[in-house]
Design a protein around this ligand. Structure first.
Ligand code: ATP
Length: 290
């Protein structure tokens, strides 16, 4: 059965080769991409995120100016609300999260947190006040291991170096599920008003997964949350869904509103996911009988 659970991308294996501090977890979201240097402004404004309102105002961005990525993207996330970003691969979902952390500077428009432009504050202040839980995939063994290790937080506190423990080749080995839990635990400890989440794509339904889902959900309560969402449950309950395709927000609204758009991008995406889910379920059932 576990063979069904092939990770859908190889983020995890990429990172596994790097020895990392648990404290570097936030950096994982961007390790795949070499960020261009952005500089702190000479006279930075203080950033104390209180409400955690996030706004993208007519944002246009390209990694390489010949290839436009985001085109005139505008949206607003009110304090404490959850926005799910969905859409086909390569559409620009992760780019939106990277830009909020100011890994790159945009060509046009502005990105504001509580009305303050992210270019006007110190990068340290910005990134220290935004919690990031990256997607961490897991292979079959790792999932099994994660299922055994139900109490990751206590486990880590039990290590001599606690959260400073090294992970990776020569250090502590953590499974994908465990790593994600570490990221969740750390984010909760950091207590940020804004949380960015890259949800795992695999359609797992193990008790570990349900555990992780529950912690994620609890973490987002009363925090402004931007989530690259794949799960039906997450999407359905989001306050706002942005459908991003080829760098543009092509549809926006609640789940119910978007389902009204007959043959719309969201409508089709949702039905496809539903079908995939049913396929996996019936496969598991069949395997269970043999
Ligand atoms: P996925 O669902 O597959 O993760 P996504 O919607 O998150 O995709 P992005 O990762 O934001 O999409 O990528 C949007 C586009 O930008 C893609 O065409 C991608 O190839 C390109 N891109 C991403 N990072 C870089 C980079 N560092 N340099 C150049 N192009 C990049």
């Amino acid at each position: 059965i576990l063979q069904l659970y092939q990770p859908l991308n190889n983020f995890g294996s990429y990172y596994k080769s790097i020895q990392k501090n648990l404290v570097d977890m936030e950096k994982m979201i961007d390790l795949m991409h070499e960020p261009i240097e952005v500089n702190d402004p000479p006279d930075p404004k203080p950033l104390v995120v209180q409400k955690g309102e996030v706004e993208f105002r007519n944002v246009t961005f390209a990694y390489d100016e010949r290839i436009p990525i985001l085109k005139n993207v505008s949206f607003k996330v009110p304090s404490g609300r959850t926005v799910a970003i969905v859409g086909p691969s390569g559409g620009g979902k992760s780019t939106i999260l990277r830009l909020l952390l100011r890994f790159y500077d945009i060509q046009e428009g502005s990105i504001l947190i509580d009305g303050v432009d992210v270019r006007d504050v110190k990068q340290f202040d910005l990134r220290s006040q935004i919690g990031v839980v990256p997607q961490v995939d897991a292979n079959d063994e790792q999932i099994a291991a994660a299922a055994v290790a139900a109490k990751i937080h206590e486990k880590i506190l039990g290590f001599p170096d606690g959260y400073e423990t090294k992970v990776g080749e020569r250090g502590l080995r953590l499974s994908g599920g465990e790593k994600q839990r570490v990221a969740i635990a750390r984010t909760v400890l950091k207590n940020p008003q804004i949380v960015l989440l890259d949800e795992a794509t695999s359609a797992l339904d193990t008790s570990t997964e349900r555990h992780i889902q529950k912690s994620l959900q609890q973490m987002t309560v009363n925090r402004t949350t931007l989530i690259i969402a794949h799960r039906l449950s997450t999407i359905v309950h989001a306050d706002l869904i942005l459908v991003v395709k080829a760098g543009e927000i092509v549809e926006r609204g609640s789940h119910d509103e978007l389902m009204q758009i007959d043959n719309g991008v969201y409508f089709k995406l949702w039905n496809k996911q539903l079908k995939d889910r049913l396929k996996i379920k019936s496969k598991i059932k069949r395997l269970g009988r043999t």
